[in-house]
Design a protein around this ligand. Structure first.
Ligand code: FES
Ligand code: FES
Length: 159
């Protein structure tokens, strides 16, 4: 790390398999850095309080709310954002199941679902319900989202 005179620090972040140099202040969140410095706007800014899941990313394969993660804490850790799942089977399942209305919550739900399918290939209804509780949909399309998550878990199991 190199300190500069503006009290920002140059750090390397590993995002979606690529390494990026960014300048961050110690209080800059990962959400802010992804959106404002790397142009990765798939993670959404909503509650900024850890309540809604719109800003979900994966850090070391674990779902995290990027609004509550400091960018400097994520140095040397693989970060996955929704942009890495463009045209993926899970994205197609969400479309096919009509699990999208305004779409604002969708990146968070898809990343959360992606992590669930990897970690719990045999997830039953109860596990799926519990897992999805970290994300909110203001359009209230929960049934369609649940159907998409179930289908995605099943598809991952068969892959
Ligand atoms: S914006 Fe991060 S949890 Fe709502
Ligand atoms: S689809 Fe609109 S917030 Fe979920």
């Amino acid at each position: 790390m190199i300190q500069n005179s503006l009290a920002k620090t140059v750090v390397k972040l590993h995002v979606n398999g690529e390494t990026h140099e960014v300048m961050v202040r110690s209080a800059d969140t990962l959400l802010h850095t992804l959106r404002e410095q790397l142009g990765l706007t798939g993670a959404k800014r909503a509650c900024e309080n850890g309540d809604c899941g719109a800003c979900t990313v994966l850090i070391n394969g674990e779902t995290m709310h990027s609004c509550l993660s400091l960018a400097i804490e994520t140095i040397n850790q693989p970060i996955t954002t929704i942009e890495s799942l463009m045209d993926s089977p899970i994205q197609r399942i969400f479309v096919e199941k009509w699990a999208i209305q305004c779409g604002f919550c969708t990146p968070g739900f898809i990343l959360n679902c992606h992590a669930l399918a990897k970690k719990h290939p045999n997830a039953d209804e109860e596990v799926i319900e519990e897992w999805m509780q970290s994300n909110l949909c203001r359009c209230t399309g929960y049934q369609e989202i649940k159907d998409a998550v179930k289908a995605a878990v099943q598809a991952e199991k068969q892959a």
